[in-house]
Design a binder for this molecule. Structure first.
Ligand SMILES: C[S@@+](CC[C@H](N)C(=O)[O-])C[C@H]1O[C@@H](n2cnc3c(N)ncnc32)[C@H](O)[C@@H]1O
Length: 258
């Protein structure tokens, strides 16, 4: 278990270098990111994001709710959030904001949102030092982004700072299936097949080897839940999805009343 993501070639503890390397890598991956996500997950990634959005839907009904999708990449969570908001039309004036530190990812997100006729504010920023005042957001979603933070503890402190009292943090992450039968099968696919296809098709060096390594080095669901509690979040829970290939964690900031 590591304190933060450390790509190959970066000295452990050098957070600036780790962040830079990760930002550059996602910049290279951006043009083929969606295609590879759908291919390598068999489109299950779309379902996972829908589960993420469903888990925060009570907040979407709040008048003037502020929803931040951090590490938004090419904007798939934003699209799912916007669809849900449209479905609830009339009951909410929630605003969605997307953010990422990779400009090519944000450009892809902007293109996708424009194609879909959506107007969403996008901010280029590092999630470890996000340019917003304390208690700005009712909901923060972060899908497959948190694992890449160069410092997990600092990331969780920052996310906690940004939440309003009573607000919800929803982290969707890749995970390792615990099942004794399914686990080894998935492990074989994840180590041998996914990096080869990903590296070959992304045209971005060994980026998909990084994906595999980073998942192996990341917290178990129990450990991430504990880290969320240590950062001050309450009622922390997690739900394994698709046999534990991914996992959705929820945690809430103490409300002003409690
Ligand atoms: C695997 S992609 C996930 C994108 C999107 N959320 C999705 O569901 O497909 C991870 C994203 O996190 C972004 N990211 C990683 N570390 C970040 C940080 N410290 N601050 C902001 N964005 C970051 C990357 O640029 C990349 O776009």
């Amino acid at each position: 278990m590591s304190l933060g993501s450390t790509p190959v070639g970066v000295r452990p503890g050098d957070e600036e270098a780790a962040s830079r390397s990760i930002r550059e890598m996602f910049g290279r991956v951006a043009p083929r990111y969606d295609l590879l996500n759908r291919l390598l997950s068999g489109r299950v990634d779309v379902y996972w994001r829908n589960v993420l959005v469903a888990s925060v839907q009570e907040y979407l009904d709040k008048p003037d709710a502020q929803v931040l999708d951090l590490c938004c990449g090419t904007g798939d969570v934003i699209v799912a959030l916007e669809k849900e908001l449209e479905r609830r039309a009339g009951s909410s004036r929630a605003a969605t904001i997307g953010s990422d530190f990779s400009r090519p990812m944000l450009t892809a997100a902007q293109d996708k949102l424009t194609r879909k006729g959506r107007t969403v504010r996008l901010i280029e920023a590092d999630g470890l030092r996000f340019p917003a005042p304390d208690a700005s957001y009712d909901v923060i979603t972060i899908a497959f982004g948190f694992r890449n933070f160069a410092n997990y503890r600092r990331g969780l402190d920052e996310l906690h700072r940004l939440l309003r009292p009573g607000g919800c943090l929803a982290i969707l992450e890749c995970s390792q299936p615990p099942n004794r039968l399914w686990g080894p099968i998935f492990d074989w696919y994840f180590r041998n097949v996914l990096p080869k296809i990903g590296n070959a098709m992304s045209g971005a060096g060994d980026s998909y080897s990084y994906l595999q390594r980073s998942v192996e080095r990341f917290f178990s669901p129990d450990q991430l839940a504990e880290q969320m509690r240590l950062a001050g979040l309450e009622r922390v829970s997690f739900r394994r999805l698709t046999g534990g290939i991914s996992c959705l964690h929820l945690g809430y900031k103490r409300s002003a009343a409690s």
